[in-house]
Design a protein around this ligand. Structure first.
Ligand code: ADP
Length: 549
């Protein structure tokens, strides 16, 4: 039967064919820190040695079947037992060395019979001490090895963290440099041309040209700012998707129409075709699909010097893991441009990454477009990736979206698509309406004031929440436009105050905050609706009419 292993005890094996000898030896060796194993034969001893670890074996030399020397010889041949020190117990102490030649002398000793108590105890004590020291050393070595491994591991981790931090820092610096360049360029054009407009001697054509430059650069600037905002919104899961019936063919045709002039200016051919896509409507977000397409086709134009850009659009039907089939629409955008290297193929989908700084310097851009496009495409149940590319020959990007009827938008308020469809309002659309504009920016006040008067309304203004409240309560306004961030009293507080005072007229938030959580906060504060700056005149008029009708 196997003995129960007691931790921290030193095991000693005694081997003798005579039971009395075993008992006598056991009596001599008994100590609190020692566990004694008694074996009546060489075979029994070997069995113990296979199951347990021993500090020492005291072996009788004269035994039947296999004597002590033969057992030692066997032990020397086995990996597990070859290092166990042996003390031979023998009555014939002469010539033992010769009979057992070649054995590791350091681990062998002899005790003559009859046993001398003092000699036995002191010899065994020495072996126990050696064993304990060996164990302690092994333990120490193990700990050292573990510490060394942990140190190596934490060194590796620290190295990786350092590399990640350095890369993030590098990306941030590149991003800041690129962004400031991309923002400064349109901004300086706008400021420069605004300055030129002061010249009283300008002809009407010159004046109109300058205004065109200012508004074109303003649009560019707002694209960049929208990209940055969209990115943070998709990352935080705050982007509002509007899933409605959409015709992919119409979106492709729109995007081509929008970008044809840009392509023509570079002498490039821009064409499109539909494959196996007759009259298919799918449910997705047309605004976001258009945004991704504009970016991909825009990039194709930007990175192509000669040749053409083709957009192919087709429908696929696949099965998901549950064997349900679903439809997807694929847009393939192929160009004959500079191509992308193997190494850069995945990198360019990372935030703020551009394939090559020299390329960027030549073509401009922020490195946000593809990262945002991929995030948007994935939010639409699809993806954007490079289908093929060849340096100097061109690239094909694949943009895929999934038909998602289950996400069809339940209408509430104006959808982006609805706004696009709004016709130019009639000149007297707001005739007779009294409107209060509460905004701390005089420029914005003036702009809204101008828009409202243009459509027949009679506006009044206030510079902050406090005076806005007083004017609203004192005057008889049909509607209030209330900015959010204002000095002295912000729009949330002012709106809450008005509602608490029983004010029931519509209050529309008009703000530069474009995050969706802000719109919810507005509604919670008592605002009736929410519009973002820069102001879209058609949306502004349509919202007023929708609220008042
Ligand atoms: P941006 O165009 O503003 O730099 P993007 O994220 O849209 O940012 O593109 C990242 C990079 O990917 C670009 O700077 C360019 O190096 C590479 N790239 C994108 N589209 C193409 C293309 N059609 N051909 C070659 N390179 C491209």
């Amino acid at each position: 039967m196997k003995k129960e292993i007691k931790r921290n005890l030193v095991n000693i094996l005694i081997v003798d064919d005579l039971k009395d000898n075993l008992m006598a030896l056991e009596g001599l060796l008994r100590r609190n820190d020692v566990e004694i194993f008694k074996a009546g034969s060489a075979t029994e001893a070997l069995e113990f040695m296979i199951d347990y670890e021993f500090a020492l074996a005291l072996i009788d030399v004269q035994m039947p079947v296999m004597n002590g020397f033969e057992l030692a010889e066997l032990m020397r041949g086995l990996k597990k037992t070859k290092n166990i020190p042996i003390i031979f117990v023998t009555a014939t102490a002469k010539n033992q060395n010769l009979s057992f030649k070649g054995y590791d002398l350091g681990a062998v000793d002899f005790l003559p019979k009859p046993l001398d108590t003092f000699a036995v105890k002191s010899k065994v004590n020495i072996f126990i001490e050696i064993y304990q020291q060996k164990k302690e050393q092994e333990e120490l070595l193990k700990k050292l090895k573990k510490t060394q491994e942990q140190m190596e591991l934490s060194n590796d981790e620290a190295k990786r963290a350092k590399e990640t931090a350095e890369r993030a820092n590098e990306l941030k610096s590149t991003f800041l440099a690129t962004m400031s360049h991309e923002i400064r360029t349109p901004l300086s054009a706008m400021l420069g041309f605004a300055d030129l407009l002061r010249d009283a001697k300008l002809t009407v054509t010159e004046r109109n040209n300058y205004i065109d430059v200012i508004s074109r650069n303003g649009e560019n600037l707002s694209v960049i700012i929208n990209d940055v905002l969209d990115l943070s919104k998709v990352e935080a899961g705050h982007i509002n998707f509007e899933f409605i019936d959409m015709d992919p063919r119409k979106i492709v045709a729109d995007v081509i129409l929008l970008l044809t002039e840009k392509a023509n200016q570079k002498g490039l051919i821009l064409e499109y075709c539909f494959d196996k896509l007759d009259v298919e409507l799918i449910v997705s977000d047309p605004t976001r699909v258009r945004q991704v397409l504009i970016n991909l086709v825009g990039n194709a134009i930007k990175f192509t010097q000669v040749g053409s850009i083709k957009v192919k659009c087709y429908l696929t039907v696949s099965k998901n893991l549950n064997k349900f089939s679903y439809k997807s629409v694929c847009f393939e955008i192929s160009d004959t441009g500079i191509g992308i290297s193997e190494i850069q193929k995945e990198n360019i989908f990372e935030l703020f990454t551009q394939a090559d700084q020299t390329v960027t310097r030549r073509f401009g851009g922020t490195g946000l477009g593809l990262a945002l496009s991929r995030k948007l495409a994935r939010s639409l149940g699809g993806d954007v990736f490079i289908k093929k590319t060849n340096i100097g020959k061109g690239s094909t990007f694949l943009f895929e979206i999934k038909d998602q009827p289950e996400r069809r938008h339940l209408k509430s308020g104006l959808l982006t698509e609805d706004i696009k469809k709004i016709a130019e309002p009639a000149k007297d659309a707001l005739q007779g309406l009294r409107i209060l504009i509460v905004d701390d920016s005089i420029d914005n006040q003036d702009l809204i004031f101008y828009y409202l008067t243009k459509f027949g309304a009679s506006p009044d203004t206030a510079d902050n929440g406090e005076s806005g409240c007083q004017k609203a309560l004192a005057g008889n306004f049909d509607i209030v436009f209330m900015d959010i961030q204002m000095p002295e009293m912000d729009g949330f507080t002012a709106t809450k105050k008005l509602r608490a005072a029983g004010y029931q007229k519509p209050i529309i938030a008009l703000t530069a905050h474009a995050m969706s959580e802000v719109s919810q906060k507005c509604l919670d504060a008592g605002y009736t609706a929410f519009l973002t700056k820069p102001i879209n005149v058609k949306e502004l008029v349509a919202t007023v009419l929708e609220i008042l009708c």
